[in-house]
Design a binder for this molecule. Structure first.
Ligand code: SAM
Length: 632
């Protein structure tokens, strides 16, 4: 160790921190940007390249950068600048020693400011370039930083030597240098301030100046080891929110989640912080207050918070997930499912839309209409789309695509409520009242749609459905309801809803693997039945639609078992499966449905249940079509 072919400097804790952050971030930067571009790394105050602490060698910024470029096998040029020739020679020796001499390296033995300005004068289309500006003093010119950041793909990690600068400010005859440093004369108004107040004012002035030249500016305080005093601030400047977010996480990783390096003190303080309200709770309050009644993509949320709040990207994401699980926000994920397993995605990506106290909506010109469905009368579809992802296939979805209401399956999976549904009803109820026997909710969407990810009914859909039911009932109109979701208990309230309403569920199987393929995101079968049973037990009328019933080549199952589970209901509708290639291919299709229909009819007769067999299914008759008409 004593015979090293290069010089070393002593290694301090805060230098180690600086190197860790730089190493972590630069590695990601090289990986991401190096995918499509050749890169430059400019070490503007290179140092001697190596340090020693307790006989262990630690390498300096130019060597760390070279190692990362080699490890990632990327095309990059390293520009190593230092006014000390012997430091540059030392770096050359270290690169040789580490087997890194094959990299493209330019050594510049000149003043940083002069060399950078010369480079920028020469090169107009600079490749993505990372500038590490790590001086000992205050000789940085704002105008040079501005020139660097004029290039959209440049980034800077800058050491703002606060302690040196602060001391320097108190001396006389510094006006020109300080004006150059801040790019403004505003610092003069801060001279009268003292202590923390002065530090805060200087920091905020410098940050606001840097914000004029870079979209994202993030400082991290570094204290003197063992002292409660600021040594310097590391500033990260970038034009990309992702870059800022990643650097913030790097700072946090080595500062116990803070943006301050407090040396040993850091780990002790953490204990006290743990007692207060969590950062996630804080972030929840911040986000709901800032975005109330608006919709933002997660990317916009990162952009608008990453360098202006204390929260890390994963903290913002966790706060949003918490708000979602508490039903306080609605998140539209694009795409909604994972690519491979087709599970509902719980992560939040940049393109996802977050709705704060707001929901995706459509407007309609009319709502109430007469249905062609044989057992229906009037009907309402107050939601466009359905989140259940049915693959029978879903006839409603096929029609919506055909008529250009939605683009595709993914689009259909994002339900939008009809914003003017209640206003439309106010106009349409008086118009159709005399003609209406009853109103059905709904044939092309689900009025109590299940949100599988959050294991509950979509709150806004439920609320609108309840208001519609209430409005129709208060006008003396009975409703029939059909869902693959869960019925809310509030329907049992006689004050709000008519006892004449008839509540149904669709139930074509009890088989879980069939559900995964055919109606993956609808409510679980057993819960669906339980919620219906609750209404039945409260004396309300209930029914089940066993349609479209699958053939045995799709799922082998016992119809008796399904019937057995729903023997409490008042009415059953049974129908075959249409539009499904497998079902149509089943050779005994006709005979099979005949036997099923017989079974349903016998079961209903034995249990005093009314039934209707759908048109096209054996044993269908005209008489039972009026199953929901008054008196039936
Ligand atoms: C803090 S050290 C750099 C440490 C290095 N970045 C690291 O992490 O290992 C500062 C270096 O800047 C060099 N330096 C001082 N003034 C300079 C200037 N005007 N232009 C370029 N280099 C300068 C010094 O010679 C010294 O080697």
């Amino acid at each position: 160790m004593n015979n090293l072919p290069f010089e070393t400097w002593p290694y301090k804790a805060q230098t180690e921190f600086k190197h860790k952050v730089f190493q972590e971030y630069f590695n990601v930067w090289v990986k991401i940007l190096g995918r499509y571009h050749r890169l430059n790394y400019m070490d503007c105050f290179a140092g001697c390249g190596a340090y020693k602490k307790n006989q262990t060698i630690h390498f300096g910024s130019p060597i760390i950068a070279a190692e990362i470029i080699k490890k990632n096998d990327k095309t990059a040029t390293l520009v190593i600048i230092d006014t000390e020739k012997k430091d540059l020679d030392n770096i050359k020796k270290i690169l040789d020693y580490r087997g890194l001499s094959a990299l493209k390296v330019l050594y510049v033995n000149q003043d940083f400011d002069q060399s950078i300005n010369e480079i920028l004068d020469e090169i107009k289309d600079l490749a993505p370039t990372f500038f590490f500006i790590d001086p000992w003093g205050y000789s940085i010119r704002y105008s040079t930083l501005k020139r660097i950041m004029n290039n959209n793909r440049s980034e800077i990690l800058l050491n703002f030597m606060f302690n040196a600068i602060n001391r320097f400010l108190s001396l006389g005859s510094v006006e020109e240098t300080t004006n150059n440093l801040f790019g403004s004369e505003e610092w003069k108004s801060i001279l009268g301030k003292k202590g923390v107040e002065r530090e805060t004012a200087l920091l905020s002035l410098y940050k606001s100046q840097l914000k004029k030249i870079a979209k994202f500016v993030l400082p991290c305080k570094v204290e003197f080891p063992g002292k409660k005093r600021t040594f310097y601030y590391l500033f990260h400047l970038t034009n990309h929110p992702k870059g800022c977010s990643i650097m913030k996480s790097c700072f946090a990783k080595y500062t116990f989640g803070r943006l301050e390096y407090l040396g040993e003190r850091g780990s002790q303080l953490r204990l006290f912080e743990a007692i207060g309200e969590t950062k996630i709770e804080d972030a929840k309050k911040h986000l709901t207050a800032k975005y109330n009644n608006s919709s933002k993509s997660f990317f916009e949320i990162i952009e608008e918070n990453i360098d202006s709040t204390k929260y890390l990207e994963n903290e913002l994401s966790n706060a949003l997930k918490k708000l979602e699980s508490q039903g306080k926000i609605h998140i539209q994920r694009f795409p909604k499912t994972t690519e491979k397993t087709k599970r509902l995605r719980s992560s939040i990506k940049e393109e996802d839309l977050i709705h704060f106290n707001k929901y995706p909506v459509v407007k309609r010109k009319s709502l109430l209409y007469k249905t062609k469905v044989e057992y229906g009368n009037f009907t309402i579809n107050h939601v466009l789309g359905c989140a259940h992802g049915c693959n029978y296939p879903c006839y409603a979805r096929m029609l919506a695509i055909k008529y250009g209401q939605i683009k595709n399956y993914e689009d259909w999976m994002h339900p939008r409520v009809v914003a003017n549904a209640l206003e439309l009803l106010d106009k349409e109820i008086p118009k159709y009242k005399k003609e209406i026997d009853f109103v059905h909710l709904s044939f092309t969407t689900d009025p109590f749609m299940y949100d599988m990810l959050n294991k509950r009914t979509y709150p806004h859909i439920k609320e609108l459905t309840l208001k519609i039911l209430e409005k129709l009932n208060s006008n003396g109109i009975k409703c029939t309801v059909l869902t693959k979701g869960l019925y809310p208990k509030v329907l049992a309230s006689n004050r709000r809803f008519s006892k004449e309403n008839e509540y149904g569920i669709t139930l074509v199987s009890l088989n879980k693997s069939f559900k995964k393929d055919y109606e993956p995101y609808s409510s679980p079968f057993d819960l669906r039945i339980d919620h219906l049973k609750y209404l039945n037990d409260k004396g309300l009328k209930t029914w089940v639609s066993i349609e479209p019933y699958p053939t045995p080549n799709i799922v082998k199952q016992d119809l008796d078992k399904i019937l057995g589970k729903i023997s409490f209901v008042d009415k059953i509708i049974f129908g075959k499966m249409n539009y499904n290639v497998h079902s149509n291919k089943f050779s005994n299709n006709k005979q099979f449905y005949k036997e099923c229909a017989e079974k349903v009819i016998n079961f209903c007769n034995e249990n005093g249940i009314k039934y209707h067999i759908k048109e096209g299914t054996p044993y269908s008759t005209d008489q039972t079509r009026i199953i929901f008409k008054e008196g039936n």
